[in-house]
Design a protein around this ligand. Sequence first.
Ligand code: SAM
Length: 191
Amino acid sequence: MKTMFSRQDVKTMPWYNEKLDADLENELKRRKITKGRFLDLGTGPGTQAIQLSKIGFDVTGTDLSENAIQKARDLDGRINFMVDDILNSRLEKNSFDYVLDRGCFHVLSADKRNQYCRYLHNILDDNGLFFLKCFSIKETKLDYGPYRFSEEDIKNIFGKDFVIESVIDTVYQGTLDPFPKALFTVMGKKK
Ligand SMILES: C[S@@+](CC[C@H](N)C(=O)[O-])C[C@H]1O[C@@H](n2cnc3c(N)ncnc32)[C@H](O)[C@@H]1O
């Protein structure tokens, strides 16, 4: 089956951002986090994984799309890019200190969200942090795209398994103009 990643140049995709996500960068600086095992979940074009690796993290990038993973591997052969479905993940328990999801969670249908939380909780280390960027319900101009969330939605979906440390209003930097409105959430694991 032809997928978006086999048909289209990744640089034209709406979420393409060659730089490290600005909200993630600020949060890492603020917390003085400079090393550890980092998962870029739903890595797509692999840009976030590549930037995290450049800073010094030990990075794995996963995606459901074989084409995306193949293209990402061609860009940087030193990163562990692998095909993996977060809804049936083969990643080991507690295997990451940090997980970034920049645009995967918000494409999953509502009936998959509990399953997502279960796998995420399993692979994140007990003292780990999860960084989530998703579309906000305040994004009302685009008439297509992923699901939108309020802060309350995030608390309802993740609050059972995760401690929510912060949720901020921001934008989703990519190739759209203006950038769509987004939320950036930082969570730890409930033990
Ligand atoms: C909006 S794109 C974001 C890509 C990348 N995170 C970025 O910021 O450039 C969402 C990505 O999630 C991937 N994805 C969707 N469902 C997935 C799943 N169940 N498991 C792993 N990846 C998934 C898609 O293939 C796609 O590459």
